[in-house]
Design a protein around this ligand. Sequence first.
Ligand SMILES: Cc1cc2nc3c(=O)[nH]c(=O)nc-3n(C[C@H](O)[C@H](O)[C@H](O)COP(=O)(O)OP(=O)(O)OC[C@H]3O[C@@H](n4cnc5c(N)ncnc54)[C@H](O)[C@@H]3O)c2cc1C
Length: 393
Amino acid sequence: MTTCQEPIVIVGAGHSGARAAAALRKHGWTGGISLVGEEQCLPYDRPPLSKAVLLGKKTGEQCALYAGSWYAENGIDLLLAQSVDRIDRHSVQVMLQGGRSLAYHRLLLATGSSINSLTVSGADLNGVLPLRTPQHAHAIADSLQSGSRLVVIGGGVIGLEVAAAALQRGCTVTVLERAPQAMGRSVPAIVSEAVVAEHRHRGVDVRFGVEVASLDGTIGVQSVRLSTGEALPCDIVVYGLGVRPNADLAAAAGLSTDNGIRTDPYLRTDDDRIFACGDVCCYDSRLYKRAIRLENWRNAEDQADTAARNMLGQQVPFDAVPWFWSNQYDFALQVAGLPSLGTETKVETIGRSRLFLSTDAEGVLRGASAIGSIRDIAGPIKEFKTALAATAS
Ligand SMILES: Cc1cc2nc3c(=O)[nH]c(=O)nc-3n(C[C@H](O)[C@H](O)[C@H](O)COP(=O)(O)OP(=O)(O)OC[C@H]3O[C@@H](n4cnc5c(N)ncnc54)[C@H](O)[C@@H]3O)c2cc1C
């Protein structure tokens, strides 16, 4: 492979960015790689933050994707605690906060997503936290003492994982969700009901259709007040209200954005030199014949590899079937395909585990979800993933 003087610059030293740097080396790029990230710590894996770290089984430092020495060993210039403020497509360089600029041969935008903030009064009290970084996870883990009262605002996947970890640590847990179902963006109602039943069975108070009016307390949070006037006493509040793609940098550079950075099936933006991957990427899916943006670990991994290959001149379309997992208590949830495209869901049992097959009006399989032990569900979900690749459209 020929190289040129300019490095490949990756903006966003998160999951997808770090994996893309590794993939560039794997696929033969011998030129420079600059990986720029605004966080202070080494690129890390986020899934353990809401699981092993909250349970005290892992520290945030142990979630690093690679040891610090790995970057220098692989000729990757890792620039931490530095954010890219601007892309100058005309002079083909990015401007870092503080004035430094980096010329690029190819540019990969792996800027991820940011949490939606909680805007009710009292959201700035001590003990009110989101969960995105190792710092958040450590702060939450420290507060999950036996007997503590936790209120989780938002019944999404991360909110339910926090609830599960807190209950296992001896806390009293309430989950508040405005919508009529949990994990509404990710799974069909029947799957959500099955997961919520597991929480309620273990003693979590899960409430739907509730609106939080304010958080009350003096320095630290002491209660959550609902719009009905009811006050729920608490020691800690964790909120998980979804994320939004970090696409402003791309938009300011004149690249197309719409629910993320828009790319073609090769993860290339409308500038031939600039690519996107991970949570921020909204790509034209050949498989589904529509624009799709995914917020999961597998997608961050797979798109990093595809983007790296295509930056090196290959023509590899991103045709992966969406897949994600969650771990709560002693069960796993795995979801393949896009169950939201289904209109009907059929249930099958495998031992004590359950499979949910979502089909559309024509009876075509659109998504498969499973709850149970990994041993029971991993094989069937893998098979359905293959079947879904053939039926997706
Ligand atoms: C607590 C938690 C648990 C999760 N659990 C699961 C799970 O069980 N299963 C699953 O499938 N998925 C899970 N996910 C989702 C998964 O971790 C994400 O989809 C994945 O991290 C996305 O990777 P990414 O590289 O696109 O974004 P990120 O990992 O967020 O990385 C983006 C990076 O870019 C940086 N950045 C942004 N803008 C700039 C800029 N201008 N300059 C410099 N740097 C910038 C950000 O600070 C960030 O470090 C979880 C996520 C969280 C938060």
